[in-house]
Design a protein around this ligand. Structure first.
Ligand SMILES: Cc1cc2nc3c(=O)[nH]c(=O)nc-3n(C[C@H](O)[C@H](O)[C@H](O)COP(=O)(O)OP(=O)(O)OC[C@H]3O[C@@H](n4cnc5c(N)ncnc54)[C@H](O)[C@@H]3O)c2cc1C
Length: 276
């Protein structure tokens, strides 16, 4: 049977500065007692499990006071409230914990090691966002669209301004695709290419958002239709993905934060001042 998990990291006051999270877990006998709130928890309504960051060591420096717990979404004291997004779906949720009790041994790693574990998982999440292969297939679909759509009898593909935008996008997508192949070769040779890895989420999500936006421009007045309009092209996937990828520019750590990571860890530039 398929089991799905959701990621309980973000809180109302802890997003980019995730290490400041305040959901508390206190050990009481053989159980952790959790109180606090998570937000933007994707798929929490349908998930069976949550992997969750909690503050278990309040006196330790903030990055060392966090633990990583696994908990069933059926845990008593856990309340999931869906949030509606601009796509019209309720994919996100708020999750409230009120004296929710979780067995002591459902900790991953040791107490206070949650930050390192969460970062390892986030790295995998970012690698999977903005996949260049999918973006390339969307580029092919956009190329077809530009051959089909016309203005005053002229194919959009024959309009030099739109064609120029398509070519510029194609160049950037091919660069990302070759970066991906470089990463694949490095992986096979067991080499590390940290900088090439770090740019994937930043570039991939922004390019995809730009691509879907170009398709909406190509569609003209049809581009602003949504949901159940009978005149929708391609079931509204261009509009939906345009909004969805705006979300992915934020999810998994915003692209401003990715730029900080690239400049500091990738390029060795000075670190930005941080709160202790
Ligand atoms: C599609 C999507 C799915 C998500 N899924 C999940 C999930 O499943 N689980 C989960 O826990 N969370 C999830 N999130 C939440 C996501 O991780 C946070 O939204 C994100 O980390 C940003 O936090 P925030 O919203 O609190 O924004 P803030 O941290 O409040 O940021 C606001 C703005 O300030 C900028 N900013 C903040 N700090 C800096 C800085 N130091 N330098 C430069 N700019 C800065 C940010 O880039 C942003 O533009 C999801 C979000 C989205 C959009």
């Amino acid at each position: 049977m398929c089991r799905t998990s959701c990621q309980g990291y973000s809180e109302p006051n802890s997003g980019s500065d995730l290490a400041s999270l305040s959901t508390r877990a206190v050990l009481d006998g053989d159980e952790w007692v959790i109180n606090g709130q998570k937000i933007w928890t994707s798929s929490a309504k349908s998930a069976h499990w949550m992997f969750c960051l909690v503050r278990s060591e309040p006196d330790a420096p903030k990055h060392h006071g966090i633990s990583f717990l696994l908990l069933s979404m059926k845990t008593e004291g856990l309340d999931v409230r869906p949030l509606k997004t601009m796509t019209g779906e309720s994919f996100f949720n708020e999750v409230f914990f009120t004296d929710a009790r979780v067995p002591k041994d459902q900790i991953v790693g040791q107490r206070g090691e949650g930050w390192a574990i969460a970062n390892a998982i986030l790295k995998h999440e970012r690698d999977g966002l903005g996949d260049p292969d999918v973006t390339l297939s969307r580029l092919n679909a956009l190329t077809d669209l530009m051959k089909e759509e016309t203005v005053n009898g002229q194919r959009i593909m024959d309009n030099p301004i739109y064609r120029d935008r398509l070519m510029a996008l194609q160049g950037e997508i091919m660069a990302l695709r070759f970066n991906d192949l470089r990463l694949l070769s490095a992986n096979i040779k067991k080499e590390q290419l940290p900088l090439a890895t770090m740019i994937v989420k930043l570039q991939g999500t922004e390019l995809r958002h730009k691509l879907e936006g170009l398709a909406i421009d190509v569609l003209g007045e049809h581009g602003i239709l949504y949901e159940d309009s009978p005149h929708l092209r391609n079931e509204g996937t261009w509009q939906n993905d345009y909004m969805w990828f705006l979300g992915l520019i934020i999810g998994g750590g915003t692209n401003q934060i990715q730029k900080n990571i690239i400049s500091e860890r990738g390029l060795g530039m000075p670190r930005e001042p941080r709160n202790k």
